[in-house]
Design a protein around this ligand. Structure first.
Ligand code: F6R
Length: 621
């Protein structure tokens, strides 16, 4: 995690870097810092603990004007070393080299020992400080030679094991910014007579729409006028400049109090955007998954889904769909387990990764492991991802981009909804390619998806009622979420949302498991949230509901118009939606759970968009 931004311009770079940091704050917010080369070509640095506003205030209050034409900045999510000012980036060596880093240098202890022997002093507990020292050391070996800073960085990189996106400036080359990428994302923003770097495009949208996406192993030499990129072998290479379709406005808060609220309410549009160009009136376009998709889908015998967190929950919903609707075996596993457990990979498996960011380190490692494994034949890879040009999209045979738009709130909402839409399209595309889905059934699924934006809008209208219900959680420390079938992963997602933004402990159970243990927890201090659509399992769920009621549990039940459960006593029932189908039901019932978590978090007064200890994009293990 962590976000980096940098630039070289004729104008003062400080406000641009500060705005970039604010836009990257979702990647980490333990501390931040900035270094610029000032008018005297000296490195000046400001660092602050906590949010970017603290850094901004410190810059405003600095007695000497803090300005420059070349600079780098960083917002941190602590991995090595506690959140503290001395651990905040940029890290500086001997007032000559400054570095910002996103990633982890795994062999930093070994390098640190060598550098201590050479007389370097350490002022932080971070892994990054070895980067600054190594570059400084390489510079001393190179002396005043041409491109010394570029060569020093290239030489230093040979010593690092792990992952990095780096921005480097040095006093001996006061018009040059060096950027390097391996395992962590980095883009170069192309302006007119000015250039920038950042962890993602959103940071630079106020200054440019044109970007080069650095590739694995690339090192870039950047001045105001030129950008030269060298690949992992040191050869100079051309990388295409791509125009972003995002506007600076897309990542602004508008009338909403929090990004999470904005993103919850953007879901109907996100579904429309994700469906656009992927369906006709009655059919799913298999080519939406790539031109090779039809040939690859024809050969597969099973699906393996790998993801983390909320994205994992979307995969769990899809497992029910794949096996139930088209009879295709589907396994789902969290990436951090899969990558370390020597899994049996069977021939003819479609390996699907799901990720909002496309940069989640565990998911990426699981994909790489499968690609490098010689254990099985015919393992096409597909990623369902929200960020174009991200690492997962580059590494996969097929890509399906969810068009949710930038998701800034750390708690994932609209990305999850569009992942489910993508998975519904995938199952239909595979089902029809393999002739396991009739044309009539395909049309029913497509019609259901077309209705989805309307269903979501209706579900969002229950916000006022949910605000009232959220009061039940004001003084509680624990909650239970129950569902059956696809509503079980939706219950898991509801519990995850509640714990991450309100810090209330929440657990999800398949309702049928209650009597095997969790029933012992039930009393009036643990609110129980049940999801009760009118489906084949409703009668079973009603029995579970009685089990809770009989033990004095406080319940909130979300039902549809045909479920026929009435509020009584300590049980409050919300008709969250009209009658919904097998695919639209889990997507729709997730909406009231998102709203519930959001409003509980408001009552608890937590930092909704940037909950403690978390960051949006988990690019480290
Ligand atoms: C929860 C949440 C996380 C992410 C997880 C995977 O609200 O946002 O659990 O879902 O870190 O991230 P991506 O989808 O970017 O791979």
């Amino acid at each position: 995690m962590c976000g980096i931004v940098g630039g070289v311009a004729e104008r003062n770079i400080v406000p641009i870097l500060l705005e970039g940091l604010k836009r990257l704050e979702y990647r980490g917010y333990d501390s931040s810092g900035m270094a610029v080369l000032d008018g005297q070509q000296q490195i000046r640095r400001v660092r602050a603990l906590g949010k970017i506003k603290n850094l901004s205030q410190k810059i405003q209050e600095s007695t000497e004007e803090f300005a420059g034409n070349l600079g780098i900045a960083h917002t941190r999510w602590a991995t090595h070393g506690i959140p503290a000012e001395n651990n905040a980036h940029p890290h500086i060596c001997n007032n000559r080299v400054a570095v910002v880093h996103n990633g982890i240098i795994e062999n930093y202890q070994e390098l640190k020992a060598q550098q201590l022997d050479k007389g370097y002093r350490f002022t932080s507990q971070t892994d990054t400080e070895v980067v600054a020292h190594q570059i400084h050391y390489e510079l001393t070996l190179l002396g005043e030679s041409e491109d010394a800073l570029l060569k020093a960085v290239q030489n230093a990189l040979r010593h690092f094991k792990g992952a990095y996106a780096l921005g480097v400036v040095a006093v001996n080359d006061p018009h040059t910014l060096i950027a390097a990428r391996k395992g962590s994302p980095l883009v170069i923003g192309i302006g007119i007579g000015e250039h920038f770097i950042a962890s993602d495009v959103s940071a630079l949208l106020p200054v440019t729409q044109n970007f080069i996406f650095m590739e694995e192993g690339d090192v870039a030499h950047i001045t105001r006028e030129t950008v030269r990129i060298f690949d992992a072998t040191g050869q100079i290479v051309e990388r295409a400049v791509k125009q972003s379709t995002l506007t600076a406005h897309a990542v602004e808060l508008g009338d909403h109090r929090h990004y999470m609220h904005k993103e919850i309410f953007e879901q109907p549009q996100a579904v429309i955007d994700t469906l656009e160009g992927r369906i006709t009136q009655e059919h799913v376009l298999v080519s939406a998954f790539g031109h090779q998709a039809e040939a690859l889908f024809a050969t597969i015998e099973r699906v393996q889904i790998i993801a983390c967190g909320t994205s994992y929950h979307s995969g769990l919903v899809a497992k029910y769909w794949f096996e139930d609707i088209i009879g295709l075996p589907c396994q789902v596993e969290v990436a951090s387990e899969y990558r370390y457990r020597n899994p049996a990979v069977l021939d003819n498996t479609l390996f699907v990764t799901i990720s909002q960011s496309g940069e989640t380190a565990d998911t990426l490692a699981a994909l790489q492991q499968v690609k490098n494994s010689k254990k099985a034949k015919n393992i096409p890879t597909l990623t369902i991802c929200n960020v174009p040009e991200s690492s997962l999209t580059r590494e996969s045979d097929l890509t399906f981009l969810t068009h949710a738009g930038p998701e800034i709130g750390v708690a994932s909402t609209k990305a999850f909804t569009t992942q489910l839409v993508a998975l519904a399209l995938l199952l239909t595309a595979i089902g029809k390619t393999q002739k396991h889905l009739s044309s009539k059934r395909e049309t029913i699924i497509v019609r259901g998806l077309q209705k989805l934006p309307g269903l979501l809008r209706n579900a969002l209208q229950h916000e006022d009622k949910i605000i009232e219900l959220a009061q039940l959680f004001a003084d509680k420390n624990s909650a239970l979420f129950l569902g059956r079938g696809t509503m079980y992963p939706i219950a898991m997602e509801g519990a995850l949302k509640l714990k991450e933004i309100s810090y209330i402990h929440a657990e999800a159970y398949p309702a049928g498991e209650l009597k095997h243990g969790p029933l012992a927890l039930i009393d009036d201090q643990i609110p129980v949230v049940m999801i009760a659509p009118n489906d084949d399992l409703l009668e079973k769920l009603k029995s579970n509901l009685q089990e809770v009621k009989a033990r004095g549990g406080q319940m909130i039940v979300f039902e549809d118009e045909l479920s026929n459960i009435e509020s009584e006593g300590s049980m409050q029932v919300v008709k969250a939606t009209t009658n919904v189908g097998r695919i639209t039901a889990p997507i729709t019932f997730n909406i009231p759970l998102q709203l519930l978590s959001y409003h509980v978090a408001l009552i608890k007064g937590t930092d909704v968009d940037q909950p403690r200890n978390l960051a949006k994009s988990v690019t480290v293990e």
